[in-house]
Design a protein around this ligand. Structure first.
Ligand code: ES4
Ligand code: ZN
Length: 326
């Protein structure tokens, strides 16, 4: 349709994407066969049927299990290339992708295997599609501060190829404060900072991400809407929120997309963006997310263009590159 073409044609950046969450069931089966790994599913349909989640933890259990088929550098390359091909087809011109080293190093995969595979796909995506990208090294927050420091140490030889650190996995019970020191160490190394906050966790976790982690973006941030003072602060600071509508629906952060706060965020002056989070698990890539939220909330083309603009202004691209995209 007309709106589909408008959405695909809008130049967009994707700022909230877990590369492990772009593992489609077909590739999961192919990699399981290639690597001789058993997975607890009989078919692709069987995998998709397992993707019914009632909260974040339900999803995370399945997501970590799925990642067990990723073994070689070629696997990480193929995973990322499949994402970049889909993103390019959706009109994504720049992607800042999170990866979770601990999901792999904790099962004996070398950090170098993971990052070299991702970096080679990033170079190929730029050559093939003109799609630029950046890496966000994410710490799993259900693990210790000490373990996060170990991840930062492993990344040391690659710091010139990493844009930022991030914080993901189980939010409630693992507040940003737990990672204040490792985020300070990352900042001292010149890395930008993002953190998931206010997805399931309370508005106070968003405040901690600002005050203790000194984040450059908030991933999700939905529950900031419960605190009017915090909304004013985020708006005044020009803080970018990386919102993920289909993720919010699938993880029951919202009961119905018709109740999603995205347009209220824009109306309150928040720099919201639209992203896919874990597209293979949540039923859609970035254009699907724009389409779904446009339909559910009756967004105008102006709103959609604002969201796409916000994705570039909230990116970690240099100012001159941002200008070229606007
Ligand atoms: C994640 Cl907290 C969260 N949300 C979505 N995807 C994830 N992958 C790892 N942590
Ligand atoms: Zn996420």
């Amino acid at each position: 349709t007309d709106l589909d073409q408008f959405i695909t044609g809008l130049p967009k950046a994707e700022l909230h994407l877990h590369i492990e969450g772009s593992l489609e069931p077909e590739l999961m089966f192919a990699l399981a066969a290639r690597n001789g790994i058993e997975i607890p599913y009989a078919s692709v349909e069987d995998v998709r049927a397992a993707y019914a989640f009632s909260n974040l933890q339900d999803f995370l259990d399945i997501y970590y299990a799925g990642a067990s088929v990723l073994i070689t550098q070629a696997d990480f390359h193929d995973l990322a290339m499949a994402y970049f091909d889909r993103a390019a087809a959706d009109g994504v011109r720049h992607a800042e992708i999170m990866f979770d080293p601990q999901t792999h190093t904790d099962r004996g995969i070398a950090f170098a295997t993971v990052i070299e595979g991702l970096l080679s796909a990033m170079a190929e995506a730029e050559a093939k599609h003109g799609l630029t990208s950046a890496l966000i090294l994410s710490f799993l927050r259900h693990l210790s501060e000490e373990a996060a420091f170990e991840v930062l140490a492993m990344a040391e030889p690659y710091l010139d190829r990493i844009a930022a650190v991030g914080l993901d996995s189980s939010e409630v019970g693992h507040p940003p404060a737990k990672f204040a020191r490792v985020f300070a160490a990352a900042a001292a190394k010149g890395l930008k900072r993002v953190a998931h906050a206010g997805e399931e966790g309370p508005p106070e976790y968003v405040v901690e991400a600002l005050d203790l982690l000194h984040v450059d973006r908030i991933d999700h941030g939905n529950r900031a809407m419960e605190d009017a003072g915090l909304v004013r602060r985020l708006a005044g600071a020009g803080m970018t929120l990386t919102v993920c509508p289909l993720s919010n629906l699938k993880l029951c952060v919202v009961g119905d997309l018709a109740d999603h706060p995205l347009d209220r965020m824009l109306a309150e002056g928040l720099r919201a963006t639209v992203n896919s989070d874990d597209p293979a698990y949540f039923g859609g890539y970035v254009a699907d997310n724009y389409r779904a939220i446009a339909k559910a909330r009756g967004l105008s083309r102006d709103d959609l263009a604002t969201l796409a603009r916000n994705s570039f202004t909230g990116s970690f691209l240099p100012a001159a590159a941002i200008d070229r995209h606007l």
